[in-house]
Ligand binder design. Structure first.
Ligand code: CUA
Length: 331
């Protein structure tokens, strides 16, 4: 019995530890001041709760055993009201809650500070089920991959095109809702370069769990080069196959939803594809941007991401090859 219990405990502990392996969306490894403050608060509250848990449970177990009813016991002494006990379970919890409030309130105010005048502004717009990123000062429009320069404040203007979404990059900041009909703002000041995983954190329909994005934090020079490349019109097709892809795209109606600057495609319902090949992922962060995955996506978007709004006729192998070649050339 004892061995079985020990084995079960070990198994549970190992399972819990295994879940802590690759965690790109962990809140425990913050890389900004705002995310660090949130992590520190969470850690403090966790340990405070752990201490309370141990005290309360120990007392409970002790009392259950020590004062259990034994054969022949009569009615125990009946107590009504106990001033010392009542003070003990009122004053210390009030102090603890007061400490938590005193630590939390300044962080809430610090996080609500508007961005300075020198901050870069980016509109992040939630769609079912992808993210649009517009840089009004630069004229750049992209999707599902937010590029930010390191060590510069960015004011994100969070909006929604349809239903409630929530913008969440755990290592950069806490989450904030994207609400139809209003603009929520918050500031991020990335401190380290790298790629960070983001996720929609508000249930928004069938493909909510597949509504992901990445944030690429890079040096100012890298960011400027990226922005300049994004501003350019599409790279013209460089092969016969890719040219056929561009024609198939226009003929197949894709242009009704997607924009590719430099062509007639000017749709605004789906992601801008002018530089789709420059992005590391497709289908809002769920597939690596490889030729195989692009083909898979074009062949069966509903299979890859059930419920998504991309409707596409069944394509022949030749059309799939041509469209894939064309997409891969849109650097
Ligand atoms: Cu968008 Cu969940």
């Amino acid at each position: 019995m004892r061995a079985a219990l020990a084995a079960t405990t070990l198994l549970l502990a190992l399972t819990a530890l295994a879940a802590c392996g690759a965690t790109p969306q962990t809140t425990l490894e913050p890389t900004t001041e705002a995310a660090r403050q949130a992590r520190d608060l969470m850690v403090f509250v966790f340990w405070a709760a752990a201490v309370v848990f141990v005290i309360v449970e120990s007392a409970l177990v002790y009392i259950l055993i020590r004062f259990r009813r034994r054969p022949g016991d009569g009615l125990p002494a009946q107590t009504h009201g106990h001033t010392a006990l009542e003070i003990a379970w009122t004053i210390p919890p009030t102090i603890l809650i007061g400490v938590i409030a005193a630590l939390t309130i300044p962080v809430i105010f610090a996080n609500a500070q508007p961005a300075g005048a020198d901050a870069m502004r980016v509109r992040a717009i939630g769609h079912q089920w992808w993210f649009e990123f517009d840089y009004p000062e630069l004229g750049v429009v992209t999707a599902n991959e937010l590029h930010l320069p390191v060590d510069r404040s960015v004011e994100l203007q969070l909006e929604s095109d349809d239903v409630l979404h929530s913008f969440w990059v755990p290592r950069l900041r806490g989450k904030l809702d994207m609400v139809p009909g209003r603009v929520n703002r918050f500031t991020i000041r990335p401190e380290v370069t790298g790629t960070f995983q983001g996720q929609c954190a508000e249930f928004c329909g069938t493909a909510h769990a597949l509504m992901k994005f990445t944030v690429v934090v890079e040096t100012q020079a890298e960011f400027d080069a990226w922005a300049a490349a994004q501003l350019a019109e599409r790279t013209p097709p460089s092969s016969e196959l890719a040219r056929a892809g561009e024609e198939a795209m226009a003929a197949g109606g894709c242009v009704a939803c997607h924009a590719i600057r430099g062509t007639d495609a000017a749709g605004v319902l789906g992601p801008d594809l002018t530089h789709v090949a420059s992005r590391a992922h497709i289908a809002s962060g769920i597939l690596a941007n490889t030729p195989d995955n692009m083909r898979r996506w074009l062949q069966d978007p509903q299979g890859v991401k059930p419920g998504n709004l991309m409707t596409i006729p069944e394509l022949t192998d030749d059309q799939l090859d041509a469209l894939t070649a064309y997409m891969q050339g849109l650097t």
